[in-house]
Design a protein around this ligand. Structure first.
Ligand SMILES: [Ca+2]
Ligand SMILES: [Ca+2]
Ligand SMILES: [Ca+2]
Length: 412
């Protein structure tokens, strides 16, 4: 018999769940005898079932352990005359490591007593992200030297081992070791603002490295596709180049925490090219407190099957007052108030649908790790179908709730 994957959650005194996982010892069963099987008759019973090597576990609890290569139901039938109340496999309990990142207690989007976190701990019992999934951060860049990010940065090996000033892999971009920056091409692994580095940490700050924060993915492959300057603005031209670069270099998810009230056909077509290449595009709904069904905000408002528009909620599950919403145009909520992540060479708390967006991007990466054959449309629909419903998002976003990592990764 193979070990099962039954899962238990233990609640420790710290106020959050510590996760334990149970397999079981092959061919061993814990059997509860009926009260009517007295202690004095137990000797006789043990002789009757000596082939099962019985031993006592708890006299008070009427529990014995038996060994048998039969399954539970065959064993129940074998013991039916003995007086058995129930039979359980002899489960194995083990603590699955919680990440040791010291600032995790400040990350309410990951662990929150009020249960308005993204419910990623149950996912971490089985998987914690993978370098196989490339997530592009289309933003102000990523500080690729941040100690909590560097091990999760995408690496273009040809450029890493190549010559400075030379396009070693011939992809049209010089020295794109961790990705490219269309405003600072001489400094593609930098972030002159901090915003992109913050978003990157939410998706994939290194987990369980004894340092700082933990990302939705402990391990991942963060590609920088920078096009916003130090002041936080960028052109349509560079936005399109950033998206095309990410698609060309193999990103499966593009996280886009930016926008404009201007509608552009060309930008929509770039995101559609990403869709046709099987790339999910996650976009911030915007921070104007407006209804996107009635007002213009792009890229969030494009009707494309790979586009997920994200609103922000706070740690009590309220919609952030600044967050745009829209029953048609905005799809899901995620943590976006006082979000702790990597910033500069350190850490900071920031607010915005910008912060909510990479939470969803991170969950998408976990979904792809679990099931690489999901299409962008399937991922979008599954995220919306599996949300944790929130009163504050009812009638405000299409799914009526916030992203639920466990259900999105493992649910139907
Ligand atoms: Ca290159
Ligand atoms: Ca080079
Ligand atoms: Ca860390």
């Amino acid at each position: 018999m193979k070990p099962s994957n039954l899962v238990f959650a233990l609640v420790f005194g710290l106020g959050f769940s510590v996760v334990a996982q149970a397999d079981f010892i092959a061919n061993e069963y814990v059997v509860k005898l009926k009260q009517s099987v007295s202690a004095s008759s137990r000797g006789l019973l043990f002789r009757q079932i000596s082939a099962l090597s019985p031993r006592s576990i708890s006299e008070q609890g009427h529990l014995i352990l038996v060994k048998s290569d039969k399954d539970k139901f065959q064993l129940a039938s074998l013991l039916k005359d003995v007086g058995v109340e129930y039979i359980e496999p002899n489960y194995i309990y083990k603590l699955v490591s919680m990440p040791n990142d010291p600032k995790m207690k400040g990350q309410w989007g990951i662990v929150n007593k009020k249960s308005t976190d993204i419910n990623v701990l149950p996912v971490w019992e089985q998987m914690t992200g993978s370098p196989d999934v490339i997530v592009a951060v289309s933003d102000t860049g990523i500080n690729s030297k941040h100690k909590d990010l560097q091990q999760n940065m995408w690496v273009n090996q040809a450029e890493l081992n190549g010559k400075p000033g030379v396009d070693d892999d011939g992809n049209g971009f010089i020295d794109d070791v961790h990705g490219y920056h269309f405003v600072y091409p001489k400094n593609p692994g930098s972030d002159q603002n901090g915003h992109g580095t913050h978003c990157a940490g939410i998706i994939g700050a290194a987990g369980d490295n004894g340092l700082g924060v933990v990302g939705v993915n402990w391990k991942t492959n963060l590609m920088t596709a920078g096009f916003l300057s130090g002041s936080g603005s960028g052109s349509l031209e560079d936005a399109i180049k950033s998206i095309d670069y990410a698609v060309k270099m193999g990103a499966k998810v593009i996280s886009a925490s930016w926008g404009s009230t201007e509608y552009s056909v060309a930008l929509g077509e770039a995101i559609d090219r990403a869709n046709k290449a099987g790339v999910v595009f996650v976009a911030a709904a915007g921070n104007d407190g407006k209804n996107n069904d009635k007002s213009s905000f792009y890229p969030a408002n494009y009707d494309l099957p790979n586009l997920i528009s994200v609103a922000a909620v706070d740690s009590s599950g309220r919609k952030a007052s600044f967050s745009n919403y829209g029953l048609k145009k905005v799809h899901v909520g995620a943590p976006g108030v006082s979000v702790l992540s990597t910033y500069g060479n350190s850490y900071a708390n920031l607010d915005g649908t910008s912060m909510a967006t990479p939470f969803v991007s991170g969950v998408v990466a976990l979904m792809i790790q679990k099931n690489p054959s999901l299409t962008p449309d399937e991922i979008k629909q599954k995220i919306m179908r599996t949300v944790k419903p929130l009163k504050s998002l009812e009638g405000k976003v299409a799914s009526g709730g916030m992203v639920n990592a466990e259900a999105a990764v493992f649910g139907q």
